[in-house]
Design a protein around this ligand. Structure first.
Ligand SMILES: O=C(O)CCC(=O)C(=O)O
Length: 282
């Protein structure tokens, strides 16, 4: 359960941090699984195979001098090449689920299992942006899905402008959206210690930054209420992989329920034939 203070912060500021969700003794299992996955993604650096996130080494004073391309995350933790039981075991974590339920209720489905890490040779410095579609943004700060970062090592990459999910962006903010990395008035750096979780509202203005010297290893998962009518465009792949990996036979009951809710869900996916592509516009 979240405390009242955490809930207030979530609604008013668009984020909150839950401490020690993964007990220290369980961290090695997650770290080892994560590391095996990163090694495989780095060995296969094309964007398509694992929906890999790539960063270019851009000298902002000399933007034509792009020297290297390196990964800083991927979206396909369920891909049979990458899958590790630890990735789904985490969905049985009671502290995680009771905290999420304080915001979303208890009828939930999986929406995304992703990972973020620091590149080795290139600094990661993502521009300011909001996520998602404007139509799932509500003025009262509530939403039917929740994205959250779980740090396996100390992680101070995520920065946001508290409260920006509940109001139009200022001119100074708009000038940075999808292009800029300048500091913004009121911005806050979220610091996670190993095992901590950051809940973030998808409409809060945010960005990530992780120098190559950092050791960032952070799960980025998304759970949604079953009545959220919009779902991931990756539904089809996830269904295939779930079957291929025979996960239904292997998962513990809580994680299995989250997946079954996902597999039985019949809403419309972004970009699919029933649902026109509605790119988010400021
Ligand atoms: O690095 C981060 O934590 C932020 C990533 C992000 O903003 C995104 O993937 O949209």
């Amino acid at each position: 359960m979240l405390t009242e203070e955490q809930l207030d912060q979530w609604y008013e500021e668009g984020y909150c941090i839950v401490k020690d969700v993964i007990p220290q003794g369980e961290l090695p299992k997650y770290r080892e699984a994560f590391e095996r996955m990163v090694t495989k993604v780095r060995a296969n650096p094309s964007r398509e195979r694992y929906n890999t996130r790539l960063v270019k080494n851009i000298d902002r004073k000399n933007p034509n001098a792009i020297s290297e391309l390196e990964s800083w995350g991927c979206d396909f933790l369920l891909h049979p090449d990458l899958y590790e039981p630890a990735f789904t075991d985490y969905l049985n974590n009671e502290k995680l689920l009771s905290s999420l339920s304080s915001i979303l209720g208890s009828d939930l489905r999986v929406e995304g299992l992703k990972a973020l890490w620091s590149p080795e040779r290139v600094d990661y410095d993502l521009f300011w942006h909001r996520d998602g579609l404007k139509e799932i943004y509500s003025e009262d700060g509530s939403q039917k899905h929740l994205q959250f970062n779980t740090a396996l090592y100390r992680d101070d990459s995520f920065r946001l402008v508290p409260g920006s999910h509940r109001r139009p962006l200022t001119d100074a903010e708009l000038a940075q959206v999808r292009v800029g990395v300048d500091d913004l008035p009121g911005q806050l750096v979220c610091v996670l210690e190993p095992g901590d979780v950051l809940f973030m509202h998808s409409m809060v203005l945010h960005r990530g930054k992780s120098p190559r010297t950092d050791m960032r290893r952070t799960f980025h998962y998304i759970l949604a209420r079953t009545d959220l009518p919009i779902g991931t465009a990756l539904l089809k792949q996830f269904k295939g992989w779930y079957g291929e990996l025979r996960l239904d036979d292997q998962l513990a009951p809580t994680a299995r329920k989250l997946f079954r809710n996902f597999l039985n869900w019949e809403g419309r996916t972004i970009n699919d034939e029933w649902y026109p592509n509605l790119p988010y516009k400021e």
